[in-house]
Design a protein around this ligand. Structure first.
Ligand code: CP3
Length: 354
């Protein structure tokens, strides 16, 4: 039906938010700020509501997801919320036996290594993740003009957890499969692209204003191997959600050498870690894409003056960009002082006010 009076101004204000404007490379009133992993262990209010609730279970409770997602927005006044979940939630939702072990990360009971294992990776339907639709409905009501970012793990990073059976430094089983059985690898990534795209669609249809594809561990690959073994599946994910017109962000760690091809995979915004200055990253990504980043999260353990100096370096390198979203170069570290994040948000807003 027609939107009631009262609803339309919120929609317009949301579309006009600094975050969404920067994603579209339009002029902004100030550089928008949000932090990967802004919800979580750095916040005492998070630790309190999570007490006694296992991580994966907390992701399936809409009221809890809503509260945790809103916590950093209230506290830091960041320009966007990121939906509280984890990259392995859609895999759990289709019946993969996995858990998130505190201090370790996702652990998969039976690794995926043979062709017959692919049968366990069935398609994801909206009914599998009805709690996501419910939570996002609650969240968009609460957030008003503040955008909500939905997210998913990219096919390579999900494949690494599935094939290794858990977190891995060298991704040796993953690479053994990728190089040793390229056919099976392509089929595995294709399955994961379908699941990831379906999960992003659920979030967009429920009201997410942007989506981020986390390919956290893809920096382990050379550009040639990225193009051959990973890019087609990630490009499929971006193409599948293109029609919604919501900005698509693509992020990985240690991906300085991959920024060119990652920019070609179909995202509107490319996330950059702290190893490459944003002006150099812009040259590598090429025109027509906004950039997101890239303060080293470890800098937040230094003095307020040092944090400001390092932040100015990021903002100076970003000065010529068409669109810049300020973020860390990777997630907030668990023992970060939350006040340092609040001060940082305020500093970027003040320093970039036009
Ligand atoms: O950014 C946000 O605030 C939204 C929440 C979010 C979580 N995981 C919550 C979480 C997001 C965006 C993720 C994504 C995620 N999960 C990634 C991509 C981002 C990145 O950091 O590169 C990856 C690789 C994972 C896999 C994963 N899940 C790891 C490595 C860990 C940490 C393990 C640990 O305990 O050190 C998790 C668990 C996890 N995901 C926690 C949270 C808040 C901690 C669990 C807890 O608090 O009990």
């Amino acid at each position: 039906g027609a939107p009631s009076a009262g609803q339309q101004p919120t929609t317009d204000a949301l579309r006009d938010s600094a975050f969404l404007r920067a994603c579209r490379r339009e002029p902004v009133p100030h550089t928008p700020v949000w932090f990967m992993r802004q919800a979580g262990r750095s916040l005492p209010e998070y630790l309190k509501v999570r007490e006694g609730v296992p991580m994966l279970e907390s992701c399936m409770r809409p009221e809890l997801v809503t509260e945790i997602t809103l916590q950093p927005v209230r506290r830091h006044k960041v320009d966007a919320a990121i939906y509280f979940s984890d990259i392995v939630v859609p895999l759990k939702a289709i019946g993969i036996d996995l858990d998130i072990k505190p201090g370790v990360g996702p652990v998969v009971a039976e690794p995926v290594r043979r062709r017959e294992d692919l049968a366990r990776l069935r398609d994801l339907t909206p009914e599998d993740v009805s709690y996501v639709t419910e939570a996002i409905g609650m969240l968009t009501g609460e957030l008003g003009a503040t955008p909500l970012i939905g997210f998913a793990g990219a096919p390579f990073t999900l494949a690494s957890y599935l094939v290794e059976g858990g977190p891995s430094r060298n991704h040796e089983h993953t690479k053994a499969l990728m190089y040793g059985d390229p056919r099976l690898w392509a089929d595995l990534l294709d399955r994961l692209a379908g699941i990831t795209a379906a999960f992003l669609k659920v979030q967009i249809e429920a009201g997410a204003s942007a989506v981020q594809l986390f390919d956290s561990w893809v920096g382990a690959l050379s550009p040639a191997d990225y193009r051959r073994f990973v890019m087609p599946a990630s490009a499929t994910v971006f193409a599948e959600v293109e029609g919604y017109g919501v900005p698509r962000i693509h992020f990985g760690v240690g991906t300085g050498e991959l920024l060119g091809p990652m920019g070609e995979a179909g995202a509107d915004v490319v996330g950059v870690d702290w190893r490459v200055p944003l002006d150099e990253a812009a040259r590598r990504v090429g025109p027509g894409r906004a950039l997101q980043g890239n303060l080293d999260p470890a800098v937040l353990f230094s003095t307020p003056e040092a944090v400001e100096a390092k932040t100015r370096e990021v903002l100076d390198a970003a000065r010529g960009l068409e669109g810049h979203i300020f973020n860390l170069g990777h997630g907030v570290l668990p023992t970060t002082d939350p006040d340092a994040l609040t001060r940082l948000t305020e500093y970027v807003h003040t320093r970039t006010a036009r």
